[in-house]
Design a protein around this ligand. Structure first.
Ligand SMILES: Nc1ncnc2c1ncn2[C@@H]1O[C@H](COP(=O)(O)OP(=O)(O)OP(=O)(O)O)[C@@H](O)[C@H]1O
Ligand SMILES: [Mg+2]
Length: 325
């Protein structure tokens, strides 16, 4: 894990605990969010992501533990801290009867934007691609448009730290890509720190610099994306060739294969982790010696999926899909 000093962390929680009645949903959570970059907060449904986020924003009182944001105690300096924080809730709360522009201008004023709040609102709506809809009433918006308006209001007061609770659930694939580009721009060009919760693993892998995985209220893995990728040992592979039957037969003769099967022209192989290098070499030899056409040879899981699988003790791709749906 990256060594980060307290000064470089935007968020530090110490033994954070939250009970709802007798039910413990966050347990001894020690979370460090480094300054700059995008931090992906990953976890299955009900893991405690939104509960943690609400505690970071002072919207929910922790049962015990400490939260520091910008190096200050949240309890003691709540108002000062929250001026510098933006938030997009899981379900964006908009004022339904206002127009989009009225709403975001109102939010700008509420957050203390003194100099031309309407101009700032327009800029942010344009930035997040709501241009056409600024004069529509909020209640007329589609789910994806609401999310974009929610993003515009989260950034309208130019906060340093922005918490986005599942910001892309309602966006189409193109919309997601556009929003990712915008978030990246804000981090690179405007030095923002963005904290984003999600259960879409490939999305986090593409977008984030740091990752924390929460399960049943406990942090089960964390680190920079680079470290995660470097540490990942993938021992399961998917191979596509023109003659999978021959490949299956030849692979079956290798001594370190744990499991192999063919499904829909794809050969899926699980290898003893100690012999991954030999496996890659042997497969290439089999392909060349048998004059096969190699169409694809890739790990079964992306690094972040693998990290998630290891952290949660998941045993198969279908179990992973069930957990993350
Ligand atoms: N107000 C509440 N009262 C009682 N239990 C609650 C309350 N809010 C959340 N919970 C429970 O706390 C646990 C964590 O919920 P939370 O909303 O933090 O999960 P999450 O990780 O954000 O999940 P999702 O991915 O579905 O958004 C869940 O078991 C949920 O049922
Ligand atoms: Mg949630």
């Amino acid at each position: 894990m990256t060594e980060v000093t307290a000064e470089e962390n935007i968020v530090e929680t110490t033994n954070l605990v939250k009970f709802y009645g007798k039910k413990c949903v966050v347990y001894n959570l020690n979370l460090s969010v480094p300054k700059g970059g995008i931090f992906g907060f990953l976890g299955p449904n009900g893991a405690g992501k939104s509960t943690t986020i609400k505690m970071l924003l002072g919207l929910l009182r922790p049962t015990s533990g400490q939260i520091k944001i910008f190096g200050k105690n949240l309890k003691a300096a709540r108002v000062d801290i929250l001026k510098r924080v933006g938030y997009l809730p899981e379900k964006p709360i908009l004022y339904e009867k206002m127009t989009v522009l009225q709403f975001v201008t109102f939010m700008a004023r509420l957050h203390g934007v003194k100099k031309n709040p309407k101009k700032r609102a327009l800029e942010m709506l344009d930035f997040f691609g709501v241009g056409k809809h600024i004069l529509s009433q909020c209640r007329e918006l589609s789910a994806g448009q609401r999310q974009r308006v929610g993003l515009a209001q989260a950034f309208v007061h130019d906060p340093e730290f922005i918490i986005l609770d599942e910001p892309t659930t309602n966006l189409d694939p193109l919309g997601r890509m556009q929003i990712f580009e915008k978030l990246r721009y804000l981090v690179e060009e405007e030095n923002k720190t963005i904290f984003i919760s999600s259960h879409i693993l490939p999305e986090i892998e593409r977008l984030c610099d740091y990752v924390g995985v929460i399960n049943q209220g406990t942090l089960v893995a964390s680190g920079s994306l680079g470290e995660i990728i470097a540490k990942t040992v993938n021992n399961e592979f998917v191979i596509v060739v023109d003659r999978p039957n021959i490949l299956m037969r030849k692979i079956g003769e290798l001594p370190y294969i744990l499991q192999s099967n063919e499904k829909d022209y794809q050969v899926i192989v699980s290898v003893d982790p100690e012999h991954v290098k030999a496996f890659v070499k042997d497969v290439m030899n089999i392909i060349m010696e048998n004059d096969m056409l190699l169409k694809s040879f890739k790990p079964l899981y992306m690094p972040i999926e693998k990290m998630f699988i290891d952290a949660l003790g998941i045993r198969s791709k279908s179990e992973l899909e069930n957990v993350m749906e």
